[in-house]
Design a protein around this ligand. Structure first.
Ligand code: PLP
Length: 495
């Protein structure tokens, strides 16, 4: 995502090889052209540019769906001109199906409370606002100040929670991580709760290592604290990735509305909901958990329509695609796909373990992904592995953990539906090749001290030093990138 980028002298115009059959002059890149161009030329230019985006199927960094059935692609195309606000029933049907999946306490004919959003980020903004408003209303009724709301999360939260905190002026109180424990510790979280806490946010499927946080333990501890203090601090579950995993793979795990303090849950339809990018959901436990004053009612499109989203108009294709997946796959279909993902995760994990070089930091129970660190990253590190894997076409991100585990670097491979057993084996093979390559390259330590070593070492060593220059450049980039990641603390690009 780029807000704005200034043109440098060298790239002010767009050149396209094949489009030159239709247009002979190049187009300005950052200004609207003076004249129209033929539709074939416009198509060709953009099509050529899109080729550079890489193959989404080989992007192992992202949870977002990259393949759907052709029948669904057809439905998406036929609904591409429909506005979400004009849709009747489908969003509601999806909300109800998902609410039941999350065990919302609904009577036989009772409608669930929830909305379709652009993704989990928008869903989290809405859920956060509902908590903030509820807390404010209660505090005002008690004659207490409402100017210092806070939210308690783990330091492993996805960046959207930081956005929520900053955009909507809520203090984010983060529970620090520690070695070998990369999720929010429920005990510490509950200790941090005070009268100004609007909610504790737990993550079902940490972005960093896929681990499920212990929502049940959090619930039990918070019930006790609420009893002692007289507060009623609620829980939100960020189930962006885990919401479509846990119900199918771990139906016994209590993380959802079965726990009394869980008041809202978000899930990304475009992650394991198996829909292309652009759909998320937020479900509330009861009507009372979504303050009425946040809901707007409009009637100028026909019937009375309640709306509670940040956007008004948007495409409806993704909702239709979600509806397709829910009815096409049913419980059985989702379970089969999630089981497959899990099996492929095990193939990959075991392959990596067999190399003897990695420590696995993802858990057996969680989102199907493998997060792993080098046992020894003294000579070569995870960033170098990530760089070298790119040469084989794989996008595998390396990143450092947040506070207080920032000295740990991990590589992460997300297993999606389209990542097959064969691809898992191929990846292990390619990682072995990369390790072999790195073993034969001088270490980053000797390259850092190359200037001193040149003066003391013999000729043989200095030939090695000259050969290094391309690699050194690459390392420099790696170092700058690593610094950037460290400074940012939160990872962008890992989504
Ligand atoms: C992906 C993710 C988000 C953000 O979701 P989007 O659907 O990309 O907006 C939030 N929280 C967690 C835990 C995630 O994995």
């Amino acid at each position: 995502m780029v807000l704005s980028k200034t043109a440098s002298q060298s790239d002010v115009s767009v050149h396209s090889t094949f489009a030159s059959r239709y247009v002979r002059t190049s187009l300005p890149r950052f200004r609207m052209g003076e004249n129209s161009i033929p539709k074939e030329a416009a198509y060709q230019i953009i099509n050529d540019e899109l080729m550079l985006d890489g193959n989404p199927r080989l992007n192992l960094a992202s949870f977002v769906t990259t393949w759907m059935e052709p029948e669904c692609d057809k439905l998406i195309m036929s609904s591409i001109n429909k506005n979400y606000v004009d849709m009747d029933e489908y969003p509601n049907r999806c909300v109800n199906m998902i609410a039941h999946l999350f065990n919302a306490p609904l009577g036989e004919s009772e409608a669930a409370v929830g909305v379709g959003t652009v993704g989990s980020s928008e869903a989290i903004m809405l859920a956060g606002l509902a908590f903030k408003r509820r807390w404010q209303n209660k505090r005002r009724a008690e004659g207490k100040p409402v100017d210092k709301p806070n939210i308690v999360t783990g330091a492993n939260v996805q960046v959207c929670w930081e956005k929520f905190a900053r955009y909507f002026e809520v203090e984010l109180k983060e529970v620090k991580l520690r070695d070998d424990y990369y999720v929010m510790d429920p005990e510490k979280a509950v200790e941090m709760v005070d009268e100004n806490t609007i909610c504790v946010a737990a993550i079902l499927g940490s972005t960093l290592n896929g681990e499920f946080e212990d929502v049940k333990r959090l619930n039990d501890l918070l019930v006790e604290k609420n009893q002692e203090t007289g507060w009623d601090t609620p829980i939100h579950v960020d189930a962006a990735s885990g919401g479509f995993i846990a119900p199918f793979l771990y139906p016994e795990l209590e993380w959802d509305f079965r726990l009394p303090l869980v008041k809202s849950i978000n899930v990304s339809g475009h992650k394991y909901g198996l829909v292309y990018a652009g759909i998320g959901w937020v479900i509330w436990r009861n009507k009372e958990d979504l303050p009425e004053e946040l809901i707007f009612h409009i009637n100028y499109l026909g019937a009375d329509q309640p709306t509670f989203t940040l956007n008004f108009s948007k495409g409806s294709s993704q909702v239709i695609a979600q509806y397709y997946q829910l009815i096409r796959l049913g419980f059985e279909g989702y379970r089969n796909i999630m089981e497959n993902c899990r099996e492929n995760m095990i193939v990959l994990r075991e392959g990596l373990e067999k190399t003897g070089r990695f420590k696995i930091v993802s858990k057996d129970e969680g989102v199907p992904l493998v997060a792993f660190s080098l046992k020894d990253n003294h000579c070569h590190d995870e960033f170098e592995i990530s760089d070298l894997l790119r040469r084989y076409g794989w996008i595998v991100p390396a990143y450092t953990m947040p506070a207080d585990a920032q000295h740990v670097t991990v590589l992460r491979v997300v297993i999606r539906e389209d990542f097959s057993h064969t691809l898992a084996e191929r990846l292990v093979n390619d990682i072995q090749k990369v390790l072999h390559e790195l073993d034969h390259l001088p270490s980053k330590l000797s390259s850092n001290s190359s200037i001193e070593s040149q003066s003391v070492e013999n000729n043989e060593k200095s030939t090695v030093t000259t050969k290094k220059s391309a690699l050194e450049t690459q390392r420099e980039i790696t170092t700058i990138w690593r610094k950037f990641v460290m400074e940012k603390k939160k990872i962008t690009g890992v989504c």
